[in-house]
Design a protein around this ligand. Structure first.
Ligand code: SAH
Length: 394
């Protein structure tokens, strides 16, 4: 049988030689064998030397590299990668930790497994494929995950309905690859959260804000907090523990409002400091009073692609401007962007513009980013997506 391979145009092997894990379709000179989406293909330079192997897919990113060594992609390959990832999570203190059982185990390129995300919620793993290859390999990966996690793992929920390219026509469905629905409460830094991994956004929870929530907790004492775009209310629950005077959570989704109420009740039953509102952010910010002196703005990605950038920056400027106009003197704003297409500098400029329009004196206290269980492969700077600023408003 003819091998499945691609040969690159002359000079197009340079980024791969620097371990960048993607092959763009424009770099390909010719293909060999009957390539199907999701196949493992070997990648050769123009001089026929082997460079890498990875998952083939139709689209601008044609190959996502799995290995720069010529090897077989089987259960033991995935076991090795997952074991390294788990070791890292233990080393940074988020796994095997009595007060925390919620963490990202596999973060795509950051764990040398492009296209794969696995979040751990206690004894449940939620797995997402962002590439056809990872979808095809899902059983291998589930097997490997079971072998590495052993007794610690009771179920694996596969959730790729919305993350896979629709046109690939894979007919993918969400469902359990192993075990079944179990206890749906996850623990993050000693706080409890109901996780709806079956229907919730992403894998059910925004694991990536853990460290930033902790920082918020430290600044909450005695403050009136507005948590805008609250979703499951992560920031709200932390600021309650941080002894905020009052906490208001806002999200346009009524389901999110139910979730945040449930999570507050789970941690602080009967506590009347908290209220949640189903409302549009722009409208709420426009109409609210000036009672808040700690505001969190953690919107969804305003720019999914570079071409949406100008509109996205306007959106960031607008919501931050509203927050600056209303926040109490001596107030603190936690403001975020999770758009990969928006750079740290562009985001900072949007916040700068907002402050200038609102004519407030603003100083940056912290520059925030994604936590250590969302590592950035140094050869893949595109993996940096979450950025935030904590600013003090006079
Ligand atoms: N801060 C959250 C994650 C936010 S995700 C956390 O720490 O978990 C973004 C949220 O913004 C989603 O829950 C979505 O329902 C909400 N959202 C999207 N557009 C909105 C709008 N125009 N007004 C208010 N909320 C909105």
């Amino acid at each position: 049988m003819m091998q499945k391979a691609i040969y690159l145009k002359k000079g197009k092997d340079e980024s791969l030689r620097r371990f960048h894990p993607w092959v763009f379709s424009g770099a390909i000179y010719r293909t060999e064998g009957d390539l199907q989406e999701g196949d493992v293909v070997r990648v050769f330079a123009a001089d026929n030397s082997f460079i890498a192997l990875g998952h083939w897919q139709i689209g601008s990113i044609a190959v996502r590299v799995l290995s720069f060594d010529d090897r077989t992609i089987d259960t033991s390959f995935y076991e090795e990668r997952i074991a390294v990832a788990l070791q890292t999570r233990i080393a940074i203190g988020v796994a095997d930790c009595p007060t925390n059982n919620t963490y990202r185990l596999i973060h795509g390129e950051g764990d040398n497994l492009p296209g794969l995300v696995i979040d751990m919620y206690g004894e449940t793993a939620v797995m997402q494929a962002h590439s056809v290859g990872m979808h095809v390999d899902r059983q291998l990966i589930a097997e490997a995950l079971k072998n590495v996690m052993g007794e610690k793992l009771k179920s694996i929920y596969y959730k790729s309905e919305t993350t896979l390219p629709f046109k690939a026509g894979l007919g993918q469905e969400n469902g359990f690859l192993f075990g079944h629905a179990t206890e749906d409460v996850a623990v993050e830094n000693g706080l409890k959260f109901h996780i709806d991994w079956l229907k919730g956004q992403k894998t059910g929870f925004f694991v990536d804000q853990r460290d930033n929530r902790s920082l918020l907790e430290r600044y909450s004492k005695g403050r009136s907090v507005l948590n805008m775009f609250c979703y499951t209310g992560g920031f709200s629950v932390y600021s309650m523990r941080g002894e905020a005077k009052l906490v208001h959570s806002v999200d346009s989704s009524a389901k999110a409002v139910d979730l945040v109420n449930a999570n507050i009740e789970l941690n602080f039953p009967g506590d009347t400091r908290h209220k949640a509102y189903a409302a549009d952010a722009f409208k709420f910010l426009e109409e609210m009073g000036d009672q808040y002196d700690l505001i969190i703005l953690d919107p969804p990605a305003f720019a999914k692609h570079r071409d949406a950038l100008p509109r996205a920056l306007k959106g960031y400027t607008k919501i931050n401007q509203k927050a600056f106009e209303k926040i109490q003197p001596g107030g603190i704003l936690f403001t975020f962007s999770c758009s990969q297409a928006v750079s740290k500098d562009e985001f900072r400029r949007a916040v700068f513009t907002a402050a200038a329009i609102a004519k407030r004196k603003v100083r940056i206290l912290h520059q925030l980013h994604q936590p250590a269980d969302h590592p950035i492969n140094i050869y893949h700077p595109e993996g940096e997506y979450l950025k935030g600023l904590v600013v003090y408003v006079e």
